[in-house]
Every structure is written in structure tokens, then in C-alpha cells.
Write a protein that binds this ligand. Structure first.
Ligand SMILES: [Zn+2]
Length: 398
């Protein structure tokens, strides 16, 4: 059954998920896929066949946001309102998530990995977003993450009381989850400029989680910052380390060896540094934040050199981290870390799709036509990423 009529696109230049191509190409889109891709401007041939032909100065795969909390208001800065939001009726949270998902698609993002919510809004959104014409990006959901009792992460995870509970709980979550989220550590104590508490899971428990998820065929992603947590995450062999503040070379080397990806989520910490008056951070804390960001930038550059798979994710929904826009901010943070533009764009296109075993997308022959058109190539000006001209999800214009 056809979702929509076939159409053609002539792109002046394009990015295929890994590299740039500077010559024009003509694409035939059928059934949401790139049925044909030929070099040169074949618009006349397509028009002769009665097809609508669009033109794009630049075409690239739809972006992937690897870390967002769809139910949380990233643009809401007021701490009291943010806290009250989490006590709102689930219908309100779902309503908020719908708006966030729409904003996400408008920013050129066609696939989002939610990073956990205890209300199941992420699962509900995944269902609402199944159809490419839903107006939402495709959504991966972990449902609820795993945490230890009385530790950080209550808004997104359930408690693992004993190590013996790990396997049955992972098996239960895996029935509906696309990914298994683990809250391995607490968050950064900004005032102290450090992660001060011990990891929630020790290496044997974390390894049991990673193995149980692998047995269920689900990738793992671990909320983790601080040296102690990073050591446990590397030991356990989680598929991805989220945040990873206070990264060090030893962990990066192990990540490269074991194929552990890194989603460095600059945005939430960057916001605290850029807008210290919102929380009321004193000068000393602002200095900590700057030091943490500088170290992070340096380590992301190091990770790229060592061959660690870097994946862009913003932690949208965190204070001052708006859905959609923040992923683009994250790409600029990667540029500041010294990554080349192709590597930066790959971190939000081909790399996560490969790691998550999702079908290739974008202006590639046979690919799913999840794509973004820009007014000019980002090789001329990366700011073109901030204002996509058009977004398609499986050939459906968003
Ligand atoms: Zn998060």
C-alpha cells in the first residue's frame, strides 16, 4: 500500500551520513525509500514521468537525538515550576511530550532515544509516533531505567533492591523496552565541582545488568559521571556511556577497545555555566562548571582520536535544554572539541543508526528517506543546521 505518491528531489550537494558529496544528485523517493539515486540533475526526466520534483541546496539524513526526556520541559527554567510539572496528571505530561516531539521533528530530528521517565509517557509517545505521518520523530523508549533504592533517578527509573533481582527485572523491562537504561551514578555536585557519591551498582552488579540485557537482545546505556562510575561502566561493558563527565584517558582507551559509545551531553552543564543567575550559582561554582566543560571538551577531542564512537545527545528536557534545538547546540560543542564536520554530522546520523542496528537513512540509494534539506551546505556555514528548510520521515514531509 502506497503511503503517498512517488516524487523526485534534486540536491545540489549532500551528506550521506559519513561523507560529503559536492556534485548534484537526483533521488527518486518511492514507498518512503530512496528507490534510485543518480548523479547529475535529472529533473527533466522525472518531470517527464509526471513526478513532482523538489529542489534542495543541501540534503542529509534526518538527525538522531540519542538522549532526551520527552516529558520534561527543557525550556522551562523555573525550578519550582519544573518540580510541579513532575506532579502533574499524566495527560498533561503526555501533552507536553507531544509538543516536545513536534519541536524535535521540526529541528530536523527524525529519530529520538528517550532516556527514561517513570510515568510511561515515553512508551505512549513511541506508540503515537509509529506512523511516519504522525508529525513526530520515530521514538525509541527504555520505559523505566534501573536504579538503586534511595539514590538519584527516581523520575526515570525503578529500584533494584538486590543483585538477585537484576535478571528478572531486566527481562521484564526488555519485553517492551528498545534499550535498557541504567542509572549507574548520581549527578555532578556543581557546588563541589565533583561527583561525590559512590556508583549505585558495583562492577559485579553492573556486569549482571549488561549481560542480562545482552541475553534479551537489548542495548544498554548508562547514566554515568565521575572516575569511579566510569571504571565500573567500562568493566561491565555497557554499550553506551551517557554524560561521562570527568572522563579520563584510561576509560577512553577501554571504551575504544570494548566498543563502548559515548554520549557526552554538554548541554545541561553548559546551560548552568552560561546562565548561573537562574540557579544563583556563586562565582566559585561557575569556575567549577567552566573547568568541567573544558575537561569535557578536551576528552571528546581525545575520544575522537582514539576511535571511540561519539554519539550526539543533548539531555533535552533538563533545565535550559530545549527539545530539538539543543541537539544542534550539541553538534557545535563537538565542533569546538576539534571534530571535523563530517564526524560531527555522523555522530547524529550514521553512527547511532549503525550502533542501534537501525536501517540506513538519508540521501543514499536504498536508504529510508528520513532526511533534512538545508538552505546551504554546512561546510559553508554550519549555522545552516539551525534552520532546516524541510524534514521528511520515511518520505513524508514533517
Ligand atoms: Zn538524561
Amino acid at each position: 500500500m502506497s503511503r503517498h505518491a512517488p516524487f523526485g528531489i534534486v540536491a545540489q550537494s549532500r551528506f550521506d551520513g559519513e561523507r560529503f558529496h559536492d556534485q548534484p544528485a537526483t533521488l527518486l523517493i518511492e514507498e518512503g525509500r530512496v528507490a534510485d539515486l543518480a548523479l547529475g540533475d535529472q529533473a527533466v526526466d522525472l518531470a517527464a514521468r509526471g513526478l513532482v520534483v523538489e529542489r534542495a541546496p543541501f540534503l542529509m539524513p534526518g538527525l538522531v537525538e540519542a538522549h532526551a526526556h520527552l516529558f520534561l520541559h527543557g525550556a522551562e527554567l523555573d525550578g519550582k515550576i519544573r518540580a510541579a510539572h513532575q506532579k502533574a496528571p499524566v495527560e498533561d505530561l503526555l501533552g507536553a511530550a507531544k509538543g516536545h516531539a513536534q519541536a524535535t521533528l521540526k529541528a530536523g530530528i527524525t529519530l529520538v532515544r528517550d532516556a527514561g521517565d517513570k510515568f510511561g509517557v515515553n512508551d505512549a509517545m513511541r506508540d503515537l509516533a509509529r506512523h511516519p505521518a504522525s508529525g513526530y520523530p520515530a521514538i525509541r523508549s527504555p520505559g523505566l531505567g534501573l536504579k538503586r533504592p534511595n539514590r538519584y533517578g527516581a523520575f526515570m527509573a525503578r529500584d533494584v533492591e538486590t543483585d538477585e533481582a537484576i535478571e528478572p527485572m531486566v527481562a521484564e523491562i526488555a519485553k517492551t523496552a528498545d534499550d535498557i537504561k541504567v542509572i549507574l551514578t548520581g549527578i555532578i555536585d556543581f557546588a563541589k565541582g565533583a561527583v561525590t557519591d559512590l556508583p549505585q551498582f558495583d562492577a559485579p552488579a553492573a556486569t549482571r545488568i549488561a549481560q542480562a540485557a545482552r541475553a534479551a537482545g537489548k542495548p544498554t546505556f548508562a547514566h554515568c559521571s565521575g572516575e569511579k562510575g566510569l571504571r565500573v561502566a567500562c568493566e561491565a561493558g555497557f554499550d553506551s556511556i551517557e554524560h561521562g563527565f570527568f572522563m579520563n584517558r584510561e576509560s577512553l582507551t577501554r571504551m575504544a577497545d570494548k566498543g563502548i559509545a559515548w554520549v557526552p551531553t554538554f548541554s545541561p552543564v553548559h546551560f548552568q555555566w552560561a546562565r548561573p543567575e537562574v540557579v544563583g550559582w556563586p562565582e566559585e561554582t561557575v569556575a567549577h562548571l567552566r573547568r568541567i566543560l573544558d575537561g569535557h571538551t578536551q576528552m571528546v577531542g581525545e575520544a575522537a582520536k582514539l576511535g571511540v564512537a561519539l554519539v550526539a545527545g543533548s539531555d533535552a528536557g533538563s533545565q535550559g535544554v530545549p527539545h530539538g534545538q539543543a541537539l544542534i547546540d550539541e553538534l557545535f560543542h563537538f565542533l569546538e572539541a576539534g571534530l571535523g564536520l563530517a564526524a560531527v554530522l555522523a555522530s547524529a546520523t550514521a553512527v547511532p543508526r549503525r550502533l542501534w542496528k537501525v536501517a540506513p537513512a538519508g540521501p543514499v540509494k536504498g536508504g529510508r528517506f528520513d532526511a533534512v534539506a538545508l538552505a546551504q551546505s554546512p561546510t559553508h556555514d554550519a549555522r545552516a543546521l539551525r534552520q532546516p528548510l524541510a524534514v521528511w520521515r520515511e518520505g513524508v514531509r514533517g
